[in-house]
Each structure stands twice: as structure tokens, then as C-alpha cells.
Design a binder for this molecule. Structure first.
Ligand SMILES: NC(=O)C1=CN([C@@H]2O[C@H](COP(=O)(O)OP(=O)(O)OC[C@H]3O[C@@H](n4cnc5c(N)ncnc54)[C@H](O)[C@@H]3O)[C@@H](O)[C@H]2O)C=CC1
Ligand SMILES: CC(=O)C(=O)O
Length: 376
């Protein structure tokens, strides 16, 4: 199979969808085309890719037009939609519930689009997990940074100092992002509260952290009280594939003290704060509303690409290899984890939560694939 890796074009997205090690894994049986300088942000030179067996091509168009499967990191941006076509396999993060125009473009062009974030094994999301680990850890660091006065915050140190109280951090969602945010926030010495809907998850978190954190069940009363008392609130909720629920209302944000900070990690699925009305970028990561600093960057791991690219490709390349070796249709039909990743196929929306949130008819992936055969 011809596999193409374009350079990422989202603001400050320095990750790339493959490392030289990944090329070695694929190139013994397949052809790998990489856009010139695509790996530079992650520390991988064109020469390193060529030595691993890849062909370097000059432009994004060369990659998109040559490849049968495109591997990316972030969802395609509108300038990339012109490359969509029937027979193309797209393997990347998509977050379609929050990207209606992209969903329509993939549907209209009959791309077979496999979203990293919905590939699922026994209720875990193996291709989301490493980036959630990164973003969770970053969320605590970033929150601490924006609480500093010169960064627009109220001017507190999360750890406090002897004789001065610690800062309060509330994390809503106790999955991978939430747990990793808690690890760092506890490490920074903050007073941490973790809120989740699932009592069994709260039990696990209690076992992991003991008395280092407070756990609370998620309901509007607990969320309102914890948010009002907090210096930093981190949004870390996920309902796989679906638009994130707005758990923190505008009124709750107004009740926070001026200079407090919100980090809405779940912004890639639309975000959990009513006051987060747009995605921010690494260039311009925050805005202030009701006196509260809001951070809503949808590609947080893009800022630490040397860590993130390796963590991401460690888990994506084995799936890419299955797709390339077996052909997409056989790989999907034989591997239920991969089948759950398919969001669009043959002009249909094949992930139920995406179809529901965007108002399309849901067509199960097997039915969509039977409607037609994908060239790969
Ligand atoms: N902004 C960025 O750069 C990045 C964003 N993310 C996003 O972060 C979000 C969280 O991801 P993960 O932690 O991996 O998901 P996860 O599935 O591991 O955890 C989600 C948690 O939310 C909980 N939850 C669901 N409904 C809830 C409610 N009403 N109240 C409280 N908790 C609730 C679940 O029980 C679960 O424990 C996702 O949207 C993911 O895509 C991940 C990586 C990077
Ligand atoms: C999960 C995701 O969208 C990211 O790592 O950018």
C-alpha cells in the first residue's frame, strides 16, 4: 500500500504521524511517502526518514495525491478537504462531533475515515490514551503557569508556602486526562478535588491517590460548589465520539474569583464549560471572561512534540500496519477495535454518537462497507 504522511498545518502543531522507527516497520512491505520537513518539529530529519526507507516528496499535494492511506495527527483543515476522494483511507484524530463541516466533507467525498480517538478495546481508547496522558499532565502545568500574575492570573503558587494555604484545583472527569492532571497537581502540592460520574472510577481513584485528593460524584450541586471554591478547574470529561456535555454553566464561572483559571482539555469534543465559546491556539492560548482566564487549546500535545510524536506513533503504527497488510476492509472486519474507529465510510456516518450529535442517519460500519467495496 502507498502510505502518505503530510506535514501538519494546524497552529503550532509540531507532531508528525510517523517516526523513522515507524517507517522501518511499514517500509519492508509498503511504500511510505513523507512531505519534506514534516518531521522537523519533532526532531526527525528528512535524511533519517530516507535512511529508514521512506521517500521524501516536495509538497502536501504530492503526498495526498500519491497515497492510498493518509496518516495524520490532527483533523484535516479546510485547505486539505480538496484532496478527499473515494477510495482514500484517512487515519488520524477527527473529533467529528465538534467538526460538522469536516464530517460533511468526508461524507460527501466517501472517504474511509478512521478516527484514532474512537478505536476502542474493552472500553479503553488505546490511540487516545497517550495524548490524554500528555494533555492531562500539561493541564496542571499550564494552569499553574496562568495563575501567575504576569500571565493574567490571580497570582498564587499552587503549593502555597509554609504559613500560606495551598491553591485549590478541581478536575472534572477522572479518566486518563483527569488522573494525569491529578498526578501533576498533587506533585505541585495543590489541594485537589476529582469529580467523576462513575462511582467505581472514584473508588479506583481513591485507591490510587488515597488522602492526597478528595473525590466527588458528578452532579450540578457538587460541580457548582467545587468550581466556586477553586483557583484552577480542569475539564477532562469524555463520552466517546460524542459532543462533550456542558457541565459548568456561565453562572458557575461567574462565581469563581477573579484571576482563577479554566483549562478545558475536552475542547476537542466541544468542551465542558459554557463560557468556552471558541478553540484557542498555542499562539494565543487564553482569553478572559467574567474575570476568569480561559485556556482551550485543542492540540495541547503539539507543544511537546518530541514526547508526543513518539508516544502517539508507538500505538498507531501497529494498527496502520494491519490496515496496510490486510487492506482496510479486511482489517476493519477482522478487528473490532479498528471497526469502532471508522467514523465515515462510503458516504455514511458510521459512528453512532457522531451521527446523533450531527443529525445524520447512523449506518453501522459493516453495512456501509457492504454497500460498496473500498478500493484498498
Ligand atoms: N485538548 C487536547 O489537546 C487534548 C484533549 N483530549 C481530550 O480530553 C478529553 C478526556 O479524555 P480522556 O481522559 O482520555 O477520556 P476518558 O474516557 O479516559 O475519561 C473521561 C472521564 O469522564 C467521565 N465522565 C463522563 N461523563 C461525566 C460527567 N457528566 N461528569 C463527570 N465525569 C464524567 C468518565 O466517567 C471518564 O472517567 C477527551 O475529549 C479527549 O479527546 C485528549 C488529549 C489532548
Ligand atoms: C487527542 C488530540 O486531538 C490531540 O492529541 O491533539
Amino acid at each position: 500500500m502507498r502510505i502518505g504522511i503530510p506535514k501538519e498545518i494546524k497552529n503550532n502543531e509540531n507532531r508528525v504521524a510517523i517516526t523513522p522507527a515507524g517507517v522501518v516497520a511499514l517500509a519492508s512491505k509498503h511504500e511510505v511517502f513523507i512531505e519534506k520537513n514534516a518531521g522537523m518539529g519533532s526532531g526527525f530529519t528528512n535524511e533519517a526518514y530516507m535512511a529508514a526507507g521512506a521517500t521524501i516528496v516536495e509538497t502536501a499535494a504530492d503526498v495526498w495525491e500519491t497515497a492510498e492511506m493518509i496518516m495524520k495527527v490532527k483533523e484535516p483543515l479546510p485547505s486539505e478537504y480538496m484532496y478527499f476522494r473515494k477510495g482514500l483511507i484517512l487515519f488520524t484524530y477527527l473529533h467529528l462531533a465538534a467538526e460538522p463541516e469536516l464530517a460533511q466533507a468526508l461524507k460527501d467525498s466517501s472517504v474511509l475515515a478512521i478516527a484514532y480517538e474512537t478505536v476502542s478495546v474493552n472500553n479503553s481508547l488505546p490511540l487516545l490514551t497517550p495524548m490524554s496522558e500528555v494533555a492531562g499532565r500539561m493541564a496542571a502545568q499550564i494552569g499553574a503557569q496562568f495563575l501567575e500574575k504576569p500571565k493574567g492570573g490571580k497570582g498564587i503558587l499552587l503549593s502555597g508556602v509554609p504559613g500560606v494555604k495551598r491553591g485549590k484545583v478541581t478536575i472534572i472527569g477522572g479518566g486518563v486526562v483527569g488522573t494525569n492532571a491529578a498526578k501533576l497537581a498533587v506533585g505541585l502540592g495543590a489541594d485537589v478535588t476529582l469529580i467523576d460520574l462513575n462511582p467505581d472510577r472514584l473508588r479506583q481513584l481513591d485507591d490510587i491517590f488515597g488522602n492526597q485528593i478528595t473525590t466527588l460524584i458528578s452532579n450540578p450541586f457538587n460541580v457548582a460548589q467545587a468550581v466556586a471554591e477553586s483557583d484552577l478547574v480542569i475539564g477532562a470529561v469524555l463520552i466517546p465520539g460524542a459532543k462533550a456535555p456542558k457541565l459548568v454553566s456561565e453562572e458557575m464561572v461567574k462565581a469563581m474569583s477573579p484571576g482563577s483559571v479554566i483549562v478545558d482539555v475536552a475542547i476537542d469534543q466541544g468542551g465542558i464549560f459554557e463560557t468556552v465559546d471558541h478553540i484557542t491556539t498555542h499562539d494565543n492560548p487564553t482569553y478572559v471572561k467574567h474575570g476568569v482566564v480561559h485556556y482551550a487549546v485543542a492540540n495541547m500535545p503539539g507543544a511537546v512534540p518530541q514526547t508526543s510524536t513518539i508516544a502517539l506513533t508507538n500505538v498507531t503504527v501497529p494498527y496502520a500496519l494491519q490496515i496496510a497488510n490486510k487492506g482496510a476492509v479486511s482489517a476493519i472486519l477482522e478487528n473490532s477495535a479498528l471497526a469502532k474507529g471508522v467514523n465515515t465510510a462510503n458516504g455514511e456516518i458510521t459512528f453512532e454518537a457522531v451521527a446523533r450529535d450531527l443529525g445524520y442517519t447512523y449506518v453501522p460500519v459493516k453495512d456501509a462497507l457492504q454497500n460498496d467495496s473500498v478500493s484498498a
